[in-house]
Design a protein around this ligand. Sequence first.
Ligand SMILES: Nc1ncnc2c1ncn2[C@@H]1O[C@H](COP(=O)(O)OP(=O)(O)OP(=O)(O)O)[C@@H](O)[C@H]1O
Ligand SMILES: [Mg+2]
Length: 492
Amino acid sequence: MKMRSMTMVEMWASLGSTMASFMFVWAIIQRYCPPELRRYLEKSTNRLTTFFNPYIQISIHEFTGSNLKPHKAYGRVEAYLSVNSSKSAKKLKAEMVKGSSKLVLSIDDHEKVTDEFRGVKVWWVSGKVGSSARPMSMYHPEPEKRYYRLTFHKKHRETVTESYLEHVMQIGKEIRGRSRRRKLYTNSQKHSMWSHIVFKHPATFDTLAMESEKKQDVIEDLLAFTQSKDMYARIGKAWKRGYLLYGPPGTGKSTMIAAMANLLDYDVYDLELTSVRDNTELKRLLIETTSKSIIVIEDIDCSLDLTGQRKKQEKSPEDESIKGKTETPHKEKKEESGSKVTLSGLLNFIDGLWSACGGEKIIVFTTNYVEKLDPALTRRGRMDKHVELSYCSFEGFKVLAKNYLELEAHPMFQSIHRLIEETKITPADVAENLMRKSPREEAEKCLSNLIRALQEAKEAAAKKKGEEESDDIEQANEDAQRKDKQESDKPI
Ligand SMILES: Nc1ncnc2c1ncn2[C@@H]1O[C@H](COP(=O)(O)OP(=O)(O)OP(=O)(O)O)[C@@H](O)[C@H]1O
Ligand SMILES: [Mg+2]
């Protein structure tokens, strides 16, 4: 018997009728089958289609479980696709990132884009679940949970899972790093959590008035820290470093912190200790800090009374509270803060078990009165590097003259050199004199202002010294008279 080969039309017709019969049978099953049998059939069909489906899918979710922080991987895929695939996407989303005037494009929900890697074709689709499906309540709707789904042929499984995904993560990380805006965090008492703004401070080590040798030492120390991940792991130490910046007001401690953050490209957490209720809250705030950050506690001598806390605690261990009191003459006395943070809580914050969380952190304390701090707080290992910021030297003045007046040399520098070596003047005061009061003010005017300020400071210092000397003489005379009297009162 001679078999007639099927024409295309006949083939499509037969396929169509098979599909139609299948759909019909499926509709009958859906309608008349008991639920148990229906579920069983559904499962089996799923298994069958999965078995024959040559494609594999991998989902990358923004949030999973009770995680409050979005997954890094999701952000990296988003960044990768926004640059690599947004050109081929037909539906795009445009969002304004906080603190930036630029629109950031990413692929829209349910949009499918294609990517190619070493000749392997893959497909990405973005989606979301939650929100409209089952709201938790009218006022607190369940947040949308977004995801990206990657689809590829199973024959490329190895290339995709072992190389392509790593490539996406790497490129995504670089893109995010380039567009990252650094943040300045602060803890507020009201909500006992961090809030942030975009960190923008122009200070750099180049604009910092400080002896160049000392400056270079700090820069090298910071850079060595960032490159020592393996070394810290090898010696079994948490990857963090403590800095204690001390010196009179206006010598550049806060400015140096900004320069550090700009050098390392780190975020800054400005911790106000008096707003922290107790040690538990301090620990929580610490855990919430991210890596590549500087945690700053300014004016530690004023924040809490950490001067003789250990001794006091020995006397009355039940009184754990350290209240905001200080004998510092320059700073305003802090009102009773109600903070129950203790010295041991703070020591734990710096180098307890929790302090190692996140890694790559720098902790900076600043103070005007280093000698008043408890040695336990400032010992090496906790505060690894002590940096003194002092009165302005001629070298420091030259940096400021370049910053403020764009001058590298001037005949008036000679008298400034002589006066500045004989006088104690802070870089803040020098900067104030060098600042042009109007754009047209001559540099000479600013320099002569500074010379006058230096002369006045010199005279004031000489006067003070004279007064102190006469006080000393008076005191010595009084002491001598008292001694003479005691001698003469002694029975013979
Ligand atoms: N070493 C410095 N280099 C450059 N500018 C400085 C320096 N020191 C002070 N200044 C200038 O003076 C201002 C005040 O300095 P800064 O706030 O850094 O001082 P501080 O040491 O933190 O003082 P305080 O102990 O009162 O907190 C800065 O805005 C900066 O313009
Ligand atoms: Mg300061």
